[in-house]
Design a protein around this ligand. Structure first.
Ligand SMILES: C[S@@+](CC[C@H](N)C(=O)[O-])C[C@H]1O[C@@H](n2cnc3c(N)ncnc32)[C@H](O)[C@@H]1O
Length: 387
């Protein structure tokens, strides 16, 4: 068996990101095919427990402590108890479970060290993501079956009557609820900001400079409006990549995001509700990343209509979303699809679903640029139809 595993590791070391995902999926399939019914039930039954114990590990800074040990030296439960302040008996139970799910490595009866996953869990994106999921999203998953039973198994399309409202016992839309829950909002913003690596962004594939000529973009015109742009990380990236490009760079979002927005030189941070008419007319690029997936079709059409009404003949809407294929989509994209359903009656859309919506909006999809094939992240260039 060791020889087979060595061969797999060798293959993984030289695989592309897409190849690596295929390998992970094949290995999971193989492991599932070996399970007894009892093992299957425990795997599904304890998924929430796995998330809970990882969250406890983050709260205790356990993963950082293990990962920072010099040369991967193992630490005893007693040492870890002294560093985290958690009682040794409790910590030992948590650590043994974390080792059983691969989140740490058990070296002896009472000694633990960092595993590959431990190190992953010290990355900012992992910390932010687990905190966001555990604090805000997990209760939605628990309320999901009951909600669908109650609604007769219909695809939700009403953004204020979806699982979120049941889970949090509120009548508010998810984004309005955030304004009253600053800790959840902070985790969410942190996750949004760190979720995608700058080296894997629309800026790596879209020909920005070729599209902007000095003739049609002077200093008065907005060159880049980031609609629903969070606290402004993509505006900062745009400014950093094109410091000399003429034209205004504008971040738009809700008051709570703009209050926390980055003070990037040359970026205007403006409060704007994108379900109201777009006040910045005739911009070159209206850019929206991960915005439409938060909304059901009728709201997507409303936002597109406001943007369309503001466009000049050469304006471009750039829609940056995961665009999963009908078959063989990455599990993370499919999980995001259902998470958007539970939170906002939103969804991830395939390219044919996008084409349908854009036709209905009276817009034209010119080209889709895929910048992260493994996760289907892409940016669509959308324009007014040719006259
Ligand atoms: C999923 S986040 C994406 C943030 C950012 N585009 C990114 O990719 O990191 C959606 C954003 O839309 C904003 N948003 C939601 N409803 C809005 C509204 N009605 N008007 C303006 N912004 C809104 C949220 O505050 C949030 O920052």
């Amino acid at each position: 068996m060791d020889a087979i595993l060595d061969q797999i590791k060798l293959f993984a070391a030289s695989a592309s990101d897409t190849g690596r995902h295929k390998l992970i999926s094949a290995l999971h399939d193989m492991a599932y095919s070996l399970e007894t019914p009892d093992e299957t039930l425990h795997r599904y039954g304890s998924m929430n427990l796995q998330a809970a114990v990882v969250k406890i590990g983050l709260d205790l800074k356990l993963f950082r402590i293990l990962a920072e040990a010099e040369n991967g030296v193992a630490a005893s439960i007693k040492e870890l108890s002294a560093k985290t302040g958690a009682e040794a008996l409790l910590l030992g139970r948590l650590l043994r479970y974390l080792a059983a799910i691969g989140a740490v490595k058990q070296v002896s009866g009472n000694q633990f060290a960092a595993s590959h996953v431990t190190k992953n869990l010290t990355e900012r994106v992992a910390e932010a993501g687990v905190n966001h999921y555990f604090s805000t999203v997990t209760p939605q998953y628990s309320a999901f079956p009951g909600f669908l039973k109650k609604n007769g198994y219909r695809n939700p399309t009403d953004e204020v009557h979806t699982v979120f409202q049941d889970a949090w016992n509120t009548e508010l839309h998810g984004f309005d609820w955030f304004t009253q829950h600053p800790e959840n909002l902070a985790y969410f913003n942190d996750f949004m900001a760190s979720r995608r690596e700058p080296e894997l962004s629309w800026l790596t594939v879209y020909p920005v400079a070729e599209q902007v000529s000095s003739a049609d973009c002077g200093p008065e015109r907005a060159v880049y409006v980031n609609v629903g742009g969070g606290i402004g990380h993509q505006c900062a990236e745009f400014k950093q990549k094109f410091p000399e490009m003429p034209g205004r760079v504008i971040l738009q979002d809700m008051p709570h995001s703009i209050a926390n927005a980055l003070p990037t030189a040359g970026v205007e941070n403006i409060v704007h509700d994108f379900f109201q008419p777009q006040p910045i007319k005739g911009a070159k690029f209206y850019f929206l990343r991960g915005v439409f997936h938060n909304h059901p079709p009728h709201k997507v059409l409303q936002l597109l209509a406001h943007t369309k009404a503001a466009m000049a003949a050469d304006s471009v809407i750039l829609i940056d979303e995961m665009i999963p294929p009908e078959m063989g989509a990455h599990v993370d994209a499919l999980s995001m699809d259902l998470t958007m359903m539970t939170a906002f009656a939103g969804m991830e859309r395939s390219e044919s679903q996008w084409r349908e919506i854009l036709v209905e909006a009276g817009l034209q999809l010119i080209k889709t640029y895929v910048y992260n094939p493994a996760s289907h992240e892409s940016v669509m260039e959308v324009r007014l139809p040719a006259q």
